[in-house]
Every structure is written in structure tokens, then in C-alpha cells.
Design a binder for this molecule. Sequence first.
Ligand SMILES: C[S@@+](CC[C@H](N)C(=O)[O-])C[C@H]1O[C@@H](n2cnc3c(N)ncnc32)[C@H](O)[C@@H]1O
Length: 285
Amino acid sequence: MKPILKWAGGKARLAPAISEAFQTKCEGTYYEPFIGSCAVYLHRKAAGEVTTAVLADINPKLVHTHCAIRDCLDDVLAELSKLPREGFEAHYYGVREAFNVGPYEGPLHAARFIWLNRSCFNGLYRENKKGFFNVPVGRYTKVSLPPVAAFRAVSAALQDAEIRVADFREIVALAGPKDQVYCDPPYVPLTATANFTGYAKGAFADAEQRALAYLARKAALSGALVVLSNHDTPYVVDDLYTKKAGFKHVARPRVARAISRAATGRVKVGEVIASIGPRSVRSAG
Ligand SMILES: C[S@@+](CC[C@H](N)C(=O)[O-])C[C@H]1O[C@@H](n2cnc3c(N)ncnc32)[C@H](O)[C@@H]1O
């Protein structure tokens, strides 16, 4: 099942490999603390691998969009149908302004979020220091939206899920025996200058990457199985998710991706899918 939203670092293509890294269906609660477009949850839910789920992200405007798709899809679709598909460029900055004024939840908010996501530059989500969405208009002939049936399928898949605005620390700490956790944090930079971690206010720096690796080990000690993905760099495989600490490097796929705002084409980037647990932690500290 495909997500409704485009999302930087979205895992629609990698979802089967990430599912495989879990090896078994989730018998407890499935936690996903960095949902973005929800690609992995939607894939695993459609495959019958997940029943009880807690999905979260730090971005409230994103989370409230998923909640509206779950709770009031017909109203979201009605609002969306009022926004132009052809000649959208003339309306783009007006809709962006209205989105930034609010409301930040409910069907009107969700419709604007989806429309902007499908009409802005590269489907990016970026905010300025004041917390206002500031991505410029994209170059498309018209706004293309998924078919209504795709919206309905995603809404149905989200019905039983708890969806929360939260920092990852709060969510990973909840995992215990039989639970599974998929962590897809903002990527560590590939180079010292390529430092896109700005999905919303606040950064995801070394301290956050280390806190996540530490919490993944703690969750594994509590009996959960944790799968994580990130760029395949020496820092990630030899320093963050180390074999010495009990992490397995389950797969190292290469993925075609536009990696910078200026990129016109796509390049292949190495990713690593790592797993830890249950209780496979070595030298926990
Ligand atoms: C790589 S994206 C996740 C993509 C997602 N797996 C998908 O397939 O669309 C990383 C996500 O982490 C979220 N994020 C950034 N900092 C966070 C934090 N401290 N706690 C929770 N989520 C955070 C961002 O808002 C973004 O949606």
C-alpha cells in the first residue's frame, strides 16, 4: 500500500527489505517513532504483520494530517476538492500563507498539507525559524493526487493505530517484550556539508543519533526487537550501530535518491538496515 504523502527519506521502496529485517510478525505493539509518510507501517499493515500500533513523529502538522486521514477522510477529500489542480501556481503562495495561519489540525489543515506536499518543490517539508512552512512552488503541469481509493485504503489501515506527536525518546522507551520498533531517524549527513535534518524546528544532531542507538539497545534488553535504518557510512556502522554492541547489519541496499535541493537527477546512495534484540545486547552501558 502506497503512502499519500511524498516525504524526504520516505521508505516506500525499502519497506519490503525493512519488513524482512523483522523476520516475524509483531505479536505485541509495533512502535514507529519517525513515521514521516507512514510507508513502512502501511506496508507491514497490508502484509498482516502488525495489529496494535503506536505511530509518532515530532512534526505536529504532519501527525495531525495523518489523524485527519484516519478520522474524517470524507471532510478532507471535500476540502481537497476545493483546491485547484490546474493552474495551481497562481494559488500556491496564498494556500501556503493560509496553511501557516492555521488551524493546524482538522480536515482543512490536512487538505492544505496534502495539496502543498503535492505542489511544492520536490515534496519537501521545511519550516523557517518561526515554524512556518517555507518551501517554494514546484514545477509540475498540475497537482497530481492519489486516487480516492488509495486515500480510503490508507484511512482504513490507520483506523486501529494510535498516532501521536512525540519525541522519539518517549516512544522507544515504551517498548518491551514481544514489541517491535522501526526507527527511521533523519539521516546522518553523507558529507560534512550535506546536512539536511530540517524537517521541522530543531535539529537531529550527533547527540540525538547517539541517544537513539542507546535507547534501541535498552529496548532490546527489555525484550523488544528494534530495526533501524540510516546512511551506510563508517560513522553509522562502526560507531552508532556497532556489531560489538549487538547490532546486526541485516541489509545494505543502494537506493536511487535526489539528495540535495539542487539535484536535478538521482544518485545511488548506500543505506544500512540494522537490527538489535530481543536481548542481543552486548556490553550495554
Ligand atoms: C527519514 S524521515 C522518516 C521517513 C519515514 N520512514 C517514511 O517512510 O516516510 C524522519 C522523520 O523524523 C522526524 N523527526 C525528526 N526529529 C524527530 C524527533 N526528535 N523525534 C521524532 N521524530 C523526529 C521528522 O519529522 C521526519 O518525519
